[in-house]
Design a protein around this ligand. Structure first.
Ligand SMILES: Cc1cc2nc3c(=O)[nH]c(=O)nc-3n(C[C@H](O)[C@H](O)[C@H](O)COP(=O)(O)OP(=O)(O)OC[C@H]3O[C@@H](n4cnc5c(N)ncnc54)[C@H](O)[C@@H]3O)c2cc1C
Length: 467
């Protein structure tokens, strides 16, 4: 990218209103874990798709990089720009309108800058569920969710962001607008370009709007927080729950004891759920329609699990506020992690049957680096673990800077060997591009490069991400 930013800006000012030029707020150049720091540059805040098209067309002409920005909550540095290139940030935050809600057709249309939480609320007001749910839902925006193919707590039942999207509107690198805002569940007319754009992390175009699937709003739900000895018992519980509850099982979150310890240490205001803290625990939630007796169904499941020795303790939510306190505990773990400071956070997935083996082997391998603390938690039903490695109490992550790479290689090597993925839900961004080059299938990588060259021949879209 060799374009001249000053020339680009003065040409753009002839075409866009002043309010589409943002202030140099530092938030656009930082990311949640402080791993990347962008160089301040021009921040653009288009009001509509036509303005995005003007920006991209001119950026393509002038050879200026474009970094799409949603809510800035991405955890792999995709939204924080590469210092090496002349670039602009394009924030979608002013494109925050819900365009239509159709409860009969079970579809909602939203601009890319709508907060995830606002989509959930608008769906609920129409007696529908938009099931994508993440701890960052109050800050992340639907364009960012789709660009990263976000996962979250309901993937087990409803799928990833990809499975919840019917169509997209996208501005391509040369400024052309693809209107693919479909309402259709079935559409077999050639390449699936929507799925190509989803998960492309801003490297192929800017998502400007989406049509999203809605579902019946669960009328009855219930959650339980249970204690178990190990991940193998958690898998047994998952199998039992799926056998007896089928698709009424909507979330299944595994946590080891470190999460509870970090919360006690750094966020004592968060209520602990089980006393004493078990080695492993699972938060599971079930939901269904008006006739589904959630509490009874979950109670029966817990009885069976106790009888067969799968769980050793547990609490069934007796009220909505108790259910919420279970989730507050689970969803506060990432914040506690940040306060402790990880040496390395691994967002990985392995085939379900290999999870116990992975945890045992990874814990044993990392013991060689010292008495590290492992906070292992995640969306177990999807095979997704956050396997985060912390220094011993009283030490800093900086003391382990030299071991960082070897720790990462040890974990990723094991994940690769077990047929898993080095990025289950956060994406590749700038953080994992070398890992993708190392562990990715070479033919897949070559196909990705061909697609990138075809759609963005000058390489203006999010330079430095993925490749
Ligand atoms: C506390 C916390 C919990 C989290 N939990 C989860 C979780 O459970 N599951 C999960 O999957 N993720 C999780 N995340 C990660 C993050 O919230 C998601 O990746 C989210 O989808 C990013 O959305 P965003 O709007 O913040 O995107 P940003 O961070 O702004 O951008 C992310 C990437 O998408 C690109 N992008 C953004 N908008 C567009 C657009 N309109 N068009 C094209 N490209 C675009 C950016 O260039 C960047 O590469 C969590 C993050 C935090 C801080």
């Amino acid at each position: 990218m060799t374009g001249d930013l000053a020339t680009f800006e003065s040409a753009l000012r002839q075409k866009l209103p002043a309010k589409s030029f943002g202030a140099h707020d530092p938030k656009y150049f930082e990311e949640p874990r402080g791993l990347f720091h962008g160089t301040p540059t021009l921040v653009l805040k288009p009001e509509n798709t036509a303005e995005v098209a003007v920006i991209l067309s001119l950026a393509n002409q002038e050879g200026i990089g474009v970094v799409p920005y949603g809510g800035g909550t991405g955890l792999v540095g995709g939204q924080v720009a590469d210092r090496k290139h002349a670039y602009v940030v394009v924030s979608l935050e002013r494109m925050n309108r819900i365009l239509d809600v159709d409860p009969t057709g079970n579809v909602i249309f939203a601009e890319a800058g709508v907060l995830l939480q606002d989509i959930q609320h608008r769906a609920a007001n129409a007696d529908r569920l938009f099931p994508l749910s993440l701890a960052s839902e109050g800050s992340c925006r639907i364009g960012g969710n789709l660009a990263t193919n976000a996962g979250g707590i309901n993937v087990l039942r409803y799928g990833n962001a990809r499975d919840l999207c019917l169509g997209l509107e996208v501005v391509l690198a040369d400024g052309q607008i693809w209107n693919g805002l479909s309402r259709l569940l079935k559409d077999n007319t050639g390449f699936d370009l929507r799925n190509l754009m989803i998960g492309s992390e801003g490297t192929l175009g800017v998502i400007t709007a989406a049509s999203l699937r809605l579902f019946p709003l669960p009328k009855n739900r219930s959650a339980a927080f249970v204690a178990l000895d190990d991940p193998k018992a958690a898998l047994d519980l998952l199998a039992l729950a799926q056998d007896s509850l089928g698709e009424n099982l909507s979330a299944f979150e595994l946590m080891n004891e470190t999460g509870a310890a970090f919360l006690m240490e750094k966020m004592p205001q968060v209520r602990q759920i089980l006393d004493p803290t078990p080695s492993w625990s699972v938060l599971l939630e079930i939901s269904g329609g008006e006739s589904f007796l959630a509490n009874n169904a979950l109670e029966r499941l817990l009885e069976k699990a106790f009888e067969s020795g799968i769980i050793i303790d547990g609490l069934l939510s007796q009220s909505e506020s108790q259910r919420q306190s279970f989730w507050a505990f689970r969803e506060s773990i990432p914040a506690a992690n940040r306060l402790v400071g990880a040496i390395y956070s691994h967002d990985i997935s392995v085939p379900l049957k290999s999870i116990p083996e992975f945890v045992t082997r990874a814990n044993a391998a990392l013991a060689a680096f010292g008495p590290l603390r492992i906070n292992c938690f995640g969306h177990l039903g999807d095979g997704n673990l956050h396997y985060n490695v912390f220094p011993p109490s009283g030490r800093s992550k900086d003391d382990f800077a030299e071991q960082r790479e070897r720790i990462r290689e040890t974990v990723y090597g094991m994940v690769h060997e077990l047929g898993g993925s080095i990025s289950a839900e956060h994406g590749i961004g700038r953080l994992k591009k070398d890992d993708l080059a190392r562990y990715g299938d070479p033919v897949k990588l070559a196909m990705m490069r061909h697609v990138k060259t075809a759609l963005d021949p000058k390489g203006i879209m999010n330079p430095g991400v993925l490749f």
